[in-house]
Design a protein around this ligand. Structure first.
Ligand code: HEC
Length: 130
């Protein structure tokens, strides 16, 4: 009986060790860039960084059949620009940024500070379809 108990403890220990390692690897991989006004131009790309982030955090609600506006891949850029959601002259006042980072904006989808940081950086670099 003692042996079985010992074996179980070792197995659990090893499992915990591996699962905790795996988590830190995943966290590193998905870490976002913090807003940095001094970052080089084009450090955030719309198609490879902003789009996947919107897809992961916003399209569950903001889709063609869901909440306006849709942030789905094929229409996201057009919808962001044509609905005036970005303000390149004053990036921190952009609707898309304020909506998801300010607790007083009352966003139906809650706060998303990491996505906000990424968007702010992208907008401050001209909100290009890059
Ligand atoms: C759980 C559902 C949900 C998620 C997830 C969600 N939203 Fe929303 N969003 C809403 C609802 C509901 C509204 C309309 C009410 C309001 O204005 O808050 C809205 C409104 C908005 C608006 C205002 C649109 C306009 O023209 O008035 C913007 C911008 C927006 N969301 C951006 C985002 C972004 C960016 C994300 C991802 C980081 C996101 N939302 C995630 C539900 C969601």
């Amino acid at each position: 009986m003692k042996r079985i108990l010992f074996f179980c403890m070792i197995t659990c220990g090893v499992a915990m060790l591996f699962s905790s390692c795996e988590k830190s690897v995943i966290d590193l991989g998905s870490s976002k860039k913090a807003y940095d006004p001094g970052a080089p131009i084009d450090s955030v790309k719309f198609n490879t960084e902003v789009l996947p982030d919107l897809d992961a955090n916003c399209t569950a609600c903001h889709s063609a059949t869901g909440q306006f506006p849709s942030f789905e891949e094929d229409v996201a850029y057009t919808n962001i620009i044509s609905n005036g959601l970005v303000n390149t002259a004053s990036p921190a006042e952009s609707i898309i940024y304020v909506k998801i980072t300010s607790s007083t904006a009352g966003h139906g989808g809650g706060l998303h500070p990491a996505t906000g940081d990424l968007l702010l950086q992208w907008i401050s670099q001209g909100a290009k379809n890059n």
